[in-house]
Design a binder for this molecule. Structure first.
Ligand code: SF4
Length: 477
């Protein structure tokens, strides 16, 4: 399957430090061009890794059609925003971007460009986007990306407005060409959509039902990626561990993990995001069995009170979640655990919040992404009674983050003196300073007298610890 364009590191980050993948238009600058002229495009991505990877695939579709990627909207004939609606702020940002192209204002942006909105906001708002921003020409949700070549052809033929908004599909979005942004880490979507029904979440509405990709096709692409030099694979899905192989092989998720990890040249395999209900002992056993499977699990809990978890329709209790944590902690390899937490869900009492704080202590997370609840359209929680005041949400968020920071600091300090293998991901301007990532997904900033280390795997001794990162020096023993 998919051919993958490998972008040389030097072209992407000339003399700069690097700290992760980005899909924000990074080809060399070019002259202006429209659809019928230079056929240039710019794509900006909001939100999660799934969106980042979707943008890589959309870029592949455009390159196949003869478009060239440029570094800013000003240079592009075609401007795409791949959007996120998981939180209100992210959705608002997109409309402010679109406003820059309003022909009535004096922003200096060329209103003759073709503007497209992709992703979750596209699905959520649908044709209303044309009403709010009549200068938009394409609105396409992620479940309809298979139709992008067709939609583009219609635009090229002169149609003014096209949409792709169906979600009742059993197809996944695979492309013949993916324009990958990162030189040694490759994202691969293995399952799209979501069949869970968390009451606060817009994803089942915007991304449609769960569709898994056949294991043969996944393994073939990983082999091709390994052949062109990728060493780290990140398997993606909204609920990645709910993967069900639709092919005759019927691989389980843990069998798929092991099969990917066995492919020659692959040094690291990560997976994101896991749903606690589908996290079984077989996944932990696979991590124990294969050093290439990274010792890290991201397991969103969202709340520490069973009452709130029920209202969220998370399908597990506090106790069941902590049993999963116990399962992971009992592995032979130490496995780091990170999570997502929402504070201020409608009806969350002080007592409920205290239970979330006590869950932090019980679980001892190595990292947590925490957010204030914001109601999303089309979700049951948006109309729930008893909203928590904004000021109280903020207070809870700050209290939670402070507690979690202290836990992370303590856990990281316990690693001082240990030696870890890191994948070198960035260099600071001082040439002896490097940034790497451990298998457990910790950032480790370290010194080495050597040069040209990007993409290398090195052993580094930890000499210091903060709540969010470690410091160290290359170990030459
Ligand atoms: S599991 Fe819940 S939070 Fe995650 S994508 Fe599905 S509905 Fe949303």
């Amino acid at each position: 399957m998919g051919e993958s364009i490998h972008v040389p590191l030097a072209a992407l980050f000339p003399g700069a430090s690097f700290s992760g993948a980005s899909a924000k238009g990074n080809a060399p600058a070019s002259s202006l061009g429209g659809l019928r002229g230079g056929r240039t495009f710019y794509i900006e991505t909001f939100g999660c890794q799934m969106n980042e990877h979707d943008s890589e695939k959309v870029a592949g579709v455009l390159l196949r059609r003869g478009y060239r990627q440029v570094a800013s909207p000003d240079e592009a004939g075609l401007v795409f925003y791949n959007t996120c609606s998981i939180r209100e702020k992210a959705a608002q940002k997109v409309f402010s971007r679109l406003g820059e192209f309003n022909p009535k204002n004096n922003s200096g942006r060329d209103s003759g460009k073709v503007i497209g909105v992709l992703g979750c906001v596209a699905q959520q708002e649908g044709e209303q986007i044309f009403e709010r921003a009549p200068w938009v020409s394409l609105v396409c949700g992620s479940a309809s990306y298979r139709k992008l070549p067709l939609l583009l052809a219609r635009l090229e033929a002169g149609e003014r407005r096209v949409t792709g908004l169906e979600t009742d599909t059993d197809e996944t979005f695979e492309t013949e060409l993916t324009r990958r942004d990162h030189p040694f880490r490759a994202y691969l979507t293995i399952i799209e959509g979501c069949d869970k029904a968390c009451s606060y979440c817009v994803v089942p509405y915007t991304r449609g039902p769960e569709r898994s990709r056949a294991s043969d096709s996944i393994l073939r692409e990983v082999r091709e990626l390994a052949e062109v030099g990728y060493t780290e694979i990140q398997l993606l899905g909204q609920t990645v561990n709910s993967y069900r192989d639709p092919s005759n092989r019927h691989l389980t998720f843990s069998e798929l993990l092991l099969a990917v990890a066995e492919i020659p040249g692959i040094r690291r395999v990560r997976f994101l995001t896991s749903h606690p209900r589908d996290l079984g002992g077989d996944i932990v056993a696979a991590i124990d069995a294969s050093p290439a499977l990274c010792d890290h699990v991201h397991l969103p809990v969202q709340a520490g009170s069973t009452r709130v978890l029920r209202a969220m329709q998370r399908t597990y209790t506090r106790e069941e979640y902590l049993e999963k944590i116990g399962l992971i902690r009992r592995a032979r390899r130490p496995i780091s655990i990170t999570t997502d937490i929402i504070v201020g869900f409608p009806g969350e009492s002080e007592q409920d919040f205290e239970e979330t704080l006590s869950l932090l202590e019980a679980a001892q997370f190595d990292g947590a992404f925490s957010f204030q609840y914001s109601p999303r359209p089309h979700t049951p929680a948006a109309v729930m009674a008893d909203p928590v005041p904004e000021s109280e949400k903020l207070r809870r968020l700050q209290a939670l983050q402070e507690r979690q920071r202290a836990i992370q600091l303590r856990r990281n300090q316990g690693l001082v003196g240990e030696v870890f293998e890191v994948l070198v991901e960035g260099a600071s301007r001082r040439e002896t300073q490097w940034t790497g990532r451990t298998s457990s997904n910790r950032v480790l900033n370290f010194t080495s007298s050597r040069t040209d280390l990007l993409g290398e795997y090195l052993r580094v001794r930890v000499t210091g610890a903060g709540p969010n990162s470690l410091t160290g020096e290359e170990s030459i023993e």
